[in-house]
Write a protein that binds this ligand. Structure first.
Ligand code: AMP
Length: 289
């Protein structure tokens, strides 16, 4: 595996890999790698000749009171995992390489970025869209892989790629990969390591309560009472607050008052012991016949 810390070195490595017509898959990450990330990388290896993984804790997607400084960083351990997975390139810029002195541009996607995490984390998706756009231009991958774990992020990136014509010629497709979970159902996240043992146990209530709410939506109930019970269950289990819990249209992410014929998703963010957890699950519309 080759490692690049500057755009010039990265471009040289990528063009060498491409010389024989090979395809490149990009997996953007913030490091502190776990099985969720590794699943994205394995998917990329299945469909691309070479995989480039970026590790960059992007300061512009963190708010002033968020966990930028505390965010786990373990570059050596991550590099060893990437090597073992057969990655071709580790793109590990520092902040100065990504945002040189005088950097002054921002990409802002309206619509899908505005509610849910966009409302509770102002500016977050501008930071995400800007850095992912830069990563696309830096690596020029054939495909880019993102987790459905960050469902709204995936929608924002798809919208940006469509609106700014980023999907041709550089990124032929953006692939969403289903969420990888722990044995008790909790979605894997680099932030799970912030949880105390007691909070980690209580956190498993989140996916369990989501499934219970989804069974009610699929049974034809209105969303509001099921979401109210969902919130109460989390608070009784020891969660400090629920930022949002929404039954949403999977494409537009607009809230639904009940499940209809459209593909829908339960999307939630909740806080436990100072850690903000996000999760989402598919809600299956009834088969009408
Ligand atoms: P992060 O390092 O948290 O920015 O995540 C990097 C990529 O890995 C994003 O596309 C995430 O959606 C994806 N990812 C994170 N956790 C999981 C998970 N549990 N399952 C699948 N993908 C994930």
């Amino acid at each position: 595996m080759q490692t690049a810390h500057t755009v010039d070195v990265l471009r040289k490595q990528i063009s060498d890999l491409r010389r024989d017509g090979s395809t490149i898959g990009l997996v953007p990450t913030m490091g502190a790698l776990h099985e969720g990330h590794l699943t994205l990388i394995r998917r990329a290896r299945e469909v691309c000749d070479h995989v480039a993984v970026s590790i960059f804790v992007n300061p512009t997607q963190f708010g002033p009171n968020e966990d930028l400084d505390a965010y786990p960083r373990q570059m050596e351990a991550d590099a060893a995992m990437l090597e073992a997975e057969g990655c071709a390139v580790l793109w590990a810029p520092d902040v100065e390489a990504m945002y040189p002195q005088g950097f002054a541009s921002t990409i802002s996607v309206t619509g899908v970025s505005e509610d849910l995490c966009g409302a509770s984390r102002p500016g977050h998706f501008d930071g995400v869209a800007t850095v992912v756009c830069k990563l696309f231009h830096q690596v020029q991958p054939d495909m880019a892989f993102f987790g459905e774990k960050d469902f709204q992020q995936l929608a924002v990136i798809r919208a940006m790629a469509r609106d700014l014509d980023l999907t041709q010629p550089h990124v032929h497709s953006i692939i969403g990969v289903p969420t990888v979970r722990e044995a008790d159902g909790l979605a894997m996240s680099s932030r799970n390591r912030y949880l105390s043992a007691a909070d980690r146990t209580a956190a498993a209530t989140l996916p369990r309560a989501m499934k219970a709410a989804i069974a009610r939506f699929e049974g034809g109930e209105m969303a509001a009472p099921a979401l109210a019970d969902f919130e109460s269950e989390l608070l009784s289990a020891g969660f400090a607050s629920v930022d949002y819990a929404v039954l949403a249209d999977s494409a537009s992410l607009t809230p639904l008052s009940a499940l209809g014929d459209e593909s829908a998703r339960l999307i939630v963010a909740a806080r436990i012991g100072g850690t903000r957890l996000i999760d989402n699950m598919a809600v299956t519309p009834p088969v009408r016949g």
